[in-house]
Design a binder for this molecule. Sequence first.
Ligand SMILES: CCCCCC/C=C/CC(=O)SCCNC(=O)CCNC(=O)[C@H](O)C(C)(C)COP(=O)(O)OP(=O)(O)OC[C@H]1O[C@@H](n2cnc3c(N)ncnc32)[C@H](O)[C@@H]1OP(=O)(O)O
Length: 719
Amino acid sequence: MAQYTRVSGSVGLITLQSPPVNALSAAVRQGIVDLMQRALSEPEVKSVVICGQNGIFCGGADIKEFGGQMSGPPLIPMIHAIEAASKPVVAAIEGIALGGGLELALGCHYRIAHSKARVGLPEVTLGLLPGAGGSQRLPRLIGVPAALDLITTGRHVTAAEALKFGLVDQITDHNTVNVAVKFAQRVADQPLDARRISTHPCLCPSDVAVLFEEVMQRVRRTARGAIAPIACVQAVRAAATLPYNQGMERERELMATLFTSGQARALQYFFFAQRAVGRWSMPSGARWDTSKPRPVHKAAVIGLGTMGRGITVALAQAGFSVVAVETQEKQLMEAKQAISGMLERGAKRRGVAPALDKINYGRNIQSVADVDLVIEAVFEDMALKKKVFQQLSAVCKPSTFLCSNTSGLDIDQLACQTRNPELVVGMHFFAPAHVMKLLEVVYGPKSSPLAVATAMQLGKKIGKVSVAVGNCRGFVGNRMLKPYLEQALFLLEEGATPEFVDQVLEEFGFAMGVFRMSDLSGLDVGWKVRLADGLAMPDPTMGQPTRLRQGRRYSPLGDLLCEQGRFGQKTGRGWYQYDKPGSQVAKPDPWLHSFLDEYRARHALVAHRIDHQEVLERCLYSMINEGFRILEDGIAAGPEDIDVIYVFGYSWPRHRGGPMFYAATVGLNKVLERLEHYYQAHPDVPSLQPCHLLRKLVASGSPPIQKWREVIKKVRSQL
Ligand SMILES: CCCCCC/C=C/CC(=O)SCCNC(=O)CCNC(=O)[C@H](O)C(C)(C)COP(=O)(O)OP(=O)(O)OC[C@H]1O[C@@H](n2cnc3c(N)ncnc32)[C@H](O)[C@@H]1OP(=O)(O)O
């Protein structure tokens, strides 16, 4: 939908009307086509302004239309007709002009932007390229290097940056539409030939071939298997090397491949999944839209180790007053220095003043008496955390929310230490906490909707993607990680090497394979948990063979490495070797290979050839199976929650949509069949036994992922 008004006698004003972001739906495109014709046919109208209602120019093509049959006027001829118009057309950009929205503006003869507007071509993040002429017009307007940057990253730029690039003609702090109308009146009689971007030559630097080669190499290195960034480079190269019409033909060919690709489907699913997690619900029926958060002005962080420091920085950078408590004098001094450094570096990068004055440091827990919310980040030890929660409950105002950054301990046990267990939730950050986008907000059986809503809102304010999840060992992320890690170890026992397993997972798209990741985060972390669980110390009196513990297959490989002091990067040895402790360059370690040979011999394990498919299927399907159990148990409300957690917290490749979307892509019947196969071969590994929900979904004809919630509801009602 679009509206037409005549303003100041001679300007035709076309207003896009399609809340919430004025996306270019079929109806909006039809409106633009019709109203442009009207403006061109009215003799009194000398120029045209296009704007969007409610202070938003246009959020681009309507992504919801992509999955179905496209109808209505296509974008490319619509934009061509605007550019070819005999009367000047001015885009009045408020709020955002993204994707097709910016392409529409590039078809106009002039662009006026509000100083607070943002523009960009984010199609690459949806598995596409700017396929309505954007890949051909943008380099002609702002030059090849800047266009390559914007198109391959999809980043949004401010109006000021857009002006610097020459992407907009003017910026204003006033009413953009009024300014654009006056501008349109002024240029009504100006010749238009030089304003049609498609007729411009594409200005290239002299070393353009070298530039494309460098960018292509960088993009291939960082794309982790995503195809859209590569197609984006190819499209811009066409703009740089071909006449406009041939460039448009190349853009069309590349877009046609991307548009129907599985990666585009995955990325578009993920776009909506990210938004869906904000609409959280709890099994009690409490929901995001009926639960009001309470404002938080002042927060506290208890424990200034790596996690506590990152959380303090995240809070201070977002403008919160923070009381940062560390009881040990030496640690407090070190933390203060480290936090100041992090704040200063962050501020320098963002061109703002460091928020040093937002933090008050203290050694005494009494200093948190007046805060609205506390995040406990002490060592991962239940006895210690319980003590801290008892102290907090005694010291804080009765209304203070008490949150724990535990990565998997029982929130309910902590809540039980306090006067107001309904105000206790988990806030599980991921390291480094000031950088990683994910926050798991964990509700226990006693947590109130108020506490969940408040933690979710705080997460949003500090720039996190927050996902509300139920309370169980490891919550969602770490619970699913367990079978994945376990399979990786079993594969080593059976003949694989860490390098091979990592290579397969990295080729799949993970930023790091499981063993390189384990070396980075430290092998001792999991070892301590297994020791506490009585797993890492086999009880000889029970007469169990070393590789069967608590009734199931167990690999002590990680424990054996820890016993040798091989904790990963920090000790210079782990699953790999490093030049020195702290170095990040992992090299295969002949010692480890001999150790594995000896281990297999000692346990009479015959190494067999493990192929690519077996590594992927066993690691990923066991993890996915746990994801289905999590859905069945109601720990996650839907598959989107799991997928968002895995992409933002565990480097799952976004162009594969997340583990649950991947399962749907592979086919649930195939996942089920392969799990059955592996479980038959390894009956002592319960995580390979296909779970009830997976069987139920397959029996229901493997419905699309958007319909899983209905089946989950049915399964849960039968429990
Ligand atoms: C061969 C065929 C050729 C076809 C050529 C087609 C060419 C297409 C090029 C494109 O234009 S692709 C789309 C490019 N645009 C984008 O990627 C923008 C996506 N949107 C955003 O980044 C953000 O939503 C925003 C616009 C910056 C606003 O952010 P904000 O945080 O304010 O709100 P949200 O919660 O993100 O969004 C609100 C609401 O709006 C929905 N939505 C946003 N953009 C679109 C869109 N382009 N299409 C459809 N729906 C959109 C979003 O999903 C939210 O709704 P929900 O119900 O909460 O999910």
